[in-house]
Design a protein around this ligand. Structure first.
Ligand code: IPM
Ligand code: MG
Length: 358
């Protein structure tokens, strides 16, 4: 099989961890008879430096003309004070919107090897396996009006709008229900229906849809309670479906249950066309270029890409197993280090992983 993969290494630790992902794909490709054609493109800060824009047209075109997109991370101090339309984050949002990636899957599964890296007690986090399904191209991130406007009295007023249409809710709810069906059969929809009209609407639509999925047990939580329950007793959750902003916040919290955000991959999928696969963590500019980054979330994003976009589950399994094996051997980057383990940098972690894989 031939696959064209667009690589977006981006900023900070992005290029370091992307190198590892590409090496893993090369090894896996030769073992599973998969031929990868890689094309690289700039996004985020590097794109701003090169072209003045965080998402150059050519980058989006390349992404559209590929079977899948592998993204590392974007952003850094250098670009933090640019006007919004030029910020690295705007490039990422443009990519999501441009490819129609409305569904963001963020698994938070605790690995037995890393329980001691979690800041929560063993009995709280042991066995946690949550999938956050976050709506990604709507809600307050994209709603209009947005901006800073002057009121009649001459005072300035900042505005964003949280809005969801029926079809936007229905399509993400469908992903939520279907994801729950393939997992533990439980779906928790998170909203703020006690205060927000848009949330009550969201809740009503999802409740209506639940009759089509009698095998899924649906529950609802307000987002503040959901945040509390996530750290109180995370094992009550199987699949969570929620809007863009709540999903942004809750997925970071869910990720941290597992000990390090440096371990978690994500998939962003549309109705058709290429998906984007990327680690949940950011560009970590404070450790960039120092060989300290944990490449495993990027590697696990490769596994998600093989599973969800390229339909190569055996190759995905092999990568996930190799990551577990490396952890079993005791290798840890700084972010997941615990007593008695062997601390390594990004490069050494990659070497061990490639050895285990081949
Ligand atoms: C994420 C990030 C992004 C978001 C930022 C970088 C725009 O926090 O992917 O969770 O808010 O969606
Ligand atoms: Mg986030």
């Amino acid at each position: 099989m031939n696959y064209r993969i667009t690589l977006l290494p981006g900023d900070g630790i992005g290029p370091e961890i992307m190198t590892v992902a590409v090496d893993v794909l090369k090894v896996i490709g030769s073992q599973f008879n998969l031929n990868f054609e890689f094309q690289e493109a700039p996004i985020g800060g590097v794109a701003i430096d090169a072209t003045g824009e965080p998402l150059p047209k050519e980058t989006l075109e390349k992404c559209r003309n590929s079977d899948a997109v592998l993204l590392a991370a974007i952003g850094g101090y250098k670009w933090d004070n640019l006007p919004r339309h030029q910020r690295p984050e705007t490039g990422l949002l443009g990519l999501r919107a441009g490819l129609g990636l409305f569904a963001n899957l963020r698994p938070a599964k605790i690995l037995p090897q890393l329980i001691d890296a979690s800041s929560l007690k063993r009995e709280i986090v042991e066995g946690v396996d949550i999938m956050v399904v976050r709506e990604l191209t709507g809600g307050v991130y994209f709603g209009t009006p947005k901006g800073v406007f002057e009121t009649e009295t001459g005072e300035k007023r900042g505005v964003n709008t949280m809005a969801y249409t029926e079809s936007e809710i229905d399509r993400i709810a469908k992903v939520g229900f279907e994801t729950a069906q393939k997992r533990g059969g439980k779906l928790c929809s998170v909203d703020k229906a006690n205060v927000l009209e848009v949330s009550q609407f969201w809740r009503d639509r999802i409740t209506q849809m639940s009759s089509e999925y009698p095998d899924v047990e649906l529950s609802h939580l307000y987002v503040d309670n959901a945040a509390m329950q996530l750290v109180r007793w995370p094992k009550q959750f199987d699949t969570i479906v929620t809007g863009n902003l709540f999903g942004d916040i809750l997925s970071d919290a869910a990720a941290m249950l597992t000990g390090s955000i440096g371990m978690l991959p994500s998939a962003s999928l549309g109705a058709s066309g290429p998906g984007v696969f990327e680690p949940v963590h950011g560009s970590a500019p404070d450790i960039a270029g120092q060989d300290k980054a944990n490449p495993l979330a990027q590697v696990l994003s490769v596994a998600m890409m093989l599973r969800y976009a390229l339909e190569q589950p055996a190759a995905a399994d092999k990568i996930e197993q190799a990551v577990l094996q490396v952890l079993d051997l005791g290798y840890r980057t700084g972010d997941i280090m615990s007593e008695g383990m062997k601390q390594v940098g990004c490069k050494e972690m990659a070497e061990v992983l490639l050895k285990v894989l081949s």
